[in-house]
Design a protein around this ligand. Structure first.
Ligand SMILES: Nc1ncnc2c1ncn2[C@@H]1O[C@H](COP(=O)(O)OP(=O)(O)O)[C@@H](O)[C@H]1O
Ligand SMILES: [Mg+2]
Length: 575
C-alpha cells in the first residue's frame, strides 16, 4: 500500500500546498460519491420490495416497472460518476497550473547544479501523478470507505450472508496485496533499467561524432542492449505475475458470487430470508467487492504515481528557494568575493577553497591557471549560476546568487567556455531572445565586440539562422557572436571564460579592443585565459592553482613574480 504513504508526513512545498488547496473539489466529489453509493444501497431494498410482489401477484407490469427503475438508477448513478470525474479532472488542471511552473524551474535549477536526477521526466512525473491521482487513486479513495457499509447491511440481512461477503472481501484483498508484492520488485527493476537505457541513448546521440569516429557503437550498443534486455525481461516477469493473480482474483470473485447465491438459496429453503432477498444480496455483494477489484487492476499506475510523487518531492526539496523579489538598482560593478568554498553537486572535494578578493568598478581582472584549476568554476560563481558552499560573491554588496535572474541579466554579460548558441538568427542570439531590443542596440553590441563586419559577410547578415546549438557557424564565429551577446545593453559586469580559445589573430585583436572599450565605459571585466597576451590592459591578475589563489594583485607585480625562478617562489611560499 505504498501509495498511501504519500498522505503522511508531507513537507511544506508548492505541491503539498496545491494539493491542500484542492480540498473543496475533493469534498464535493466525496458528496457525489455518497449519493451514488446510497443509490446502490437503495436499489436492492427497492428490488426486494417489488420482486417479492411480482412473485406473489404474478403482475408483469410490476416486472417491467422494476426493470425500468433499475435501469434508471444505473443511469443516474453513472451521471453522478461523470460529474465526479469532471470535478476531479478540473482539480487536476488547477493542480498542474499551480505546480508545473515551479517544477520546471526546479528542474532547471537541478540541471544547472549538475544534479543527475534532473531529467525532463519531472514534468512527465507530474502528468503521471495528476492523472492517477484524479483517476484510479481518487476512485479507490472514495469507494473504499463504503465497503464496510455494504458489509454491515449484508450482516443485517443475515449474518451468514455477511460472513460470506466479509471472507470473500478478505480473500480478494489478500490476493490483491500478494499481487502487488509479486509485481513490485520486477516492475521497479524494469523501470530503472528503462531509465538507464534512455539516458544511454541520449548520451550516445549527443556524442554521435565521437562514437562514429572511433567505432564505439558496438560497445555502447552492447551496454544499451543489456539495460534493454533487463527492461523487457523484468517487465515480462511482472506482467506474468500480474496476470496470474488477476485470473485468480477473477475466479475468486465468481466463486464468492456463486456462494452468495447458494447461501441465499439455502437460507430461503430454511425459511430464514424472503426469496426476494436473493437478488438484493447479489447486488450488494458485487458492489461491496467492486472497489477491491478496481485497485487490483491499478497497482501499476498506483505504484508509478507513488514513485513519480517521490521524485517530484525530491526535486522540489532540492530546488533553490525563490529569489529575493526586491528590484536592485544598476550596480556600479564593485565585486567582492568573500571566503568562497565550492564543491560541485555530489562531489566531496572542494574545487575552490578560501577564495577572497575584490575588484573596483571599471577594473579589469585577468584570471590565469592550469587546466582544472577551477577557473570556469570561479566564473560560474561570479555569475551566480552556482551557490558557494560557504561565503558569497557580492556585486555592489548584494549576493549574486539570490539576485533576480532577469534583473541581474540586464546588468551583466557572460561568455561561457564552450559557447553554444540557440537555434535562431544571429540577431536574436545577440539580443538574448528578448523582446523589444532595438536593432541599433544589437548592432552596437556587435560593433563593440568587433563582429559587425563578420556578421555582415554572412549569407543573410544579422538574419542568418545559426541552427541548433549554432552549428552553422564555426567555433570561432560562435565565440565572437557570444561575445557580442555578452555585451548587449552596456553591462556593468562581464565575465569572459577563455574567450580567445578558438580565435585567430584578427579575432583576438577584436576581442582585446572590445574588452578595452567595455573598461572605458566603466564596466568591471573578468577575463579568464591560458594566454597571458590577452591581459594587455588588465589592472589585476589572479593566479589560480588547484582551487586556491596562488597570487593576486596588480598585474605588473603578479607578472614579475610569475617570471621569477621556481626556487625563489618556493622559498616565498614557505615563508
Ligand atoms: N560536476 C563536477 N563534479 C566533480 N568535479 C568537478 C565537476 N565539475 C568540475 N569539477 C572539477 O573541478 C575542477 C575545476 O574545473 P574547472 O573550473 O572547469 O577548471 P578550469 O576551468 O580551470 O580548467 C576540475 O578538477 C574538475 O574535475
Ligand atoms: Mg575552464
Amino acid at each position: 500500500m505504498k501509495f498511501l504513504t504519500f498522505l503522511a508526513n508531507q513537507p511544506n512545498n508548492v505541491l503539498t500546498r496545491a494539493l491542500g488547496e484542492g480540498k473543496r473539489p475533493f469534498i464535493v466529489a466525496a458528496v457525489f460519491s455518497f449519493f451514488t453509493n446510497v443509490l446502490y444501497l437503495a436499489l436492492p431494498l427497492y428490488t426486494f420490495q417489488v420482486y417479492g410482489r411480482v412473485m406473489i401477484s404474478q403482475n408483469q407490469a410490476t416486472l417491467w416497472l422494476l426493470t425500468l427503475m433499475t435501469v434508471f438508477v444505473f443511469f443516474v448513478s453513472s451521471a453522478i460518476d461523470d460529474f465526479r470525474a469532471r470535478i476531479l479532472i478540473n482539480y487536476g488542471v488547477a493542480l498542474d497550473q499551480r505546480v508545473s511552473g515551479r517544477i520546471f524551474s526546479g528542474l532547471f535549477d537541478a540541471a544547472v547544479r549538475g544534479d543527475p536526477s534532473a531529467r525532463s521526466q519531472a514534468l512527465r512525473d507530474l502528468d503521471t501523478f495528476r492523472q492517477t491521482l484524479t483517476g484510479v487513486a481518487a476512485a479507490a479513495f472514495f469507494d473504499l470507505p463504503w465497503i464496510p457499509v455494504f458489509v454491515v447491511v449484508l450482516f443485517l440481512i443475515n449474518p451468514l450472508v455477511g460472513m460470506v461477503a466479509l471472507l470473500g472481501g478478505f480473500a480478494l484483498l489478500a490476493l490483491a496485496l500478494m499481487q502487488e508484492k509479486a509485481i513490485r520488485p520486477a516492475s521497479r527493476e524494469a523501470n530503472d533499467a528503462a531509465l538507464k537505457s534512455y539516458s544511454f541513448t541520449e548520451a550516445a546521440l549527443r556524442n554521435g561524432e565521437v562514437v562514429r569516429a572511433m567505432g564505439m557503437l558496438p560497445t555502447l550498443g552492447a551496454a544499451w542492449a543489456r539495460h534493454r534486455a533487463v527492461t523487457i525481461e523484468r517487465g515480462a516477469a511482472a506482467a506474468e505475475a500480474s496476470n496470474l493473480y488477476t485470473d485468480l482474483i477473477k475466479a475468486t470473485r465468481m466463486g464468492v458470487q456463486v456462494l452468495v447465491i447458494a447461501v441465499g438459496a439455502y437460507l430461503i429453503l430454511k425459511g430464514k430470508i424472503h426469496q426476494g432477498m436473493l437478488f438484493a444480496n447479489m447486488i450488494l455483494v458485487s458492489r461491496a467487492l467492486q472497489p477491491i477489484e478496481r485497485i487490483v487492476g491499478a497497482w501499476e499506475p498506483l505504484n508509478n504515481m507513488a514513485r513519480a510523487h517521490g521524485r517530484i518531492m525530491n526535486l522540489l526539496e532540492n530546488a533553490e528557494p525563490p529569489v529575493l523579489a526586491t528590484t536592485l538598482p544598476r550596480p556600479t560593478g564593485k565585486l567582492a568575493v568573500e571566503g568562497v568554498n565550492f564543491a560541485p553537486f555530489g562531489a566531496q572535494r572542494l574545487v575552490l577553497a578560501n577564495i577572497n578578493f575584490r575588484i573596483e568598478p571599471g577594473e579589469m581582472l585577468g584570471v590565469i591557471g592550469p587546466s582544472g584549476a577551477g577557473k570556469s568554476t570561479l566564473a560560474r560563481l561570479l555569475m551566480g549560476i552556482w551557490r558557494p558552499v560557504n561565503g558569497a560573491v557580492r556585486l555592489d554588496g548584494a549576493d549574486v546568487f539570490t539576485w533576480d535572474r532577469a534583473d541581474f541579466g540586464r546588468y551583466v554579460g557572460y561568455l561561457p567556455q564552450d559557447t553554444e548558441l540557440f537555434a535562431g538568427t544571429v540577431r536574436a542570439n545577440i539580443a538574448r531572445f528578448r523582446d523589444g531590443v532595438a536593432d541599433a542596440e544589437v548592432v552596437q553590441a556587435a560593433t563593440l565586440a568587433g563582429v559587425h563586419e563578420l556578421i555582415l559577410r554572412m549569407p543573410k547578415g544579422y538574419d542568418t539562422e545559426v541552427g541548433e546549438g549554432g552549428v552553422v557557424l564555426s567555433a570561432g564565429q560562435r565565440q565572437r557572436v557570444g561575445l557580442a551577446r555578452s555585451m548587449l545593453g552596456d553591462p556593468a559586469f562581464i565575465v569572459l571564460d577563455e574567450p580567445n580559445a578558438s580565435l585567430d589573430a584578427e579575432g583576438e585583436d577584436a576581442l582585446m579592443n572590445a574588452m578595452e572599450a567595455m573598461k572605458a565605459k566603466g564596466a568591471t571585466v573578468v577575463v579568464i585565459s591560458h594566454k597571458p597576451g590577452i591581459f594587455r590592459s588588465a589592472d589585476k591578475l589572479l593566479v589560480l592553482r588547484e582551487g586556491r589563489i596562488d597570487l593576486f594583485g596588480p598585474k605588473d607585480q603578479v607578472m614579475a613574480r610569475l617570471m621569477k625562478p621556481t626556487e625563489v617562489r618556493a622559498i616565498e611560499a614557505g615563508r
